[in-house]
Design a protein. Structure first.
Length: 86
């Protein structure tokens, strides 16, 4: 779907269909049982020496993606608030 979604009506119960309202001239409504929210989060780099060189080799911006690689090891987490620790 190329149009932007401008409204969502979630199903009343589990397994029901959700309704998406599109931003087109017909105000099209789509019904679906699954919605994937892809918000486009982007990493913010520090700009320190070695950061780019070691990306993927000890430097990561995705704890969810790479956290298991560092299980039971000492790590340094850089970030603001709870976001960095999640």
């Amino acid at each position: 779907v190329a149009e932007a979604v401008v409204g969502v009506e979630l199903a009343a119960g589990r397994g029901g269909a959700h309704t998406l309202l599109l931003n087109d001239t017909a105000r099209t409504e789509l019904r679906t049982r699954t919605i994937i929210m892809a918000t486009g989060a982007s990493s913010r780099w520090l700009g320190v020496d070695g950061e780019y060189q070691f990306r993927g080799a000890g430097v990561s911006t995705c704890a969810t993606c790479d956290g298991f690689l560092y299980r039971d090891q000492e790590v340094v987490v850089v970030g603001g608030g709870d976001t960095a620790m999640e």
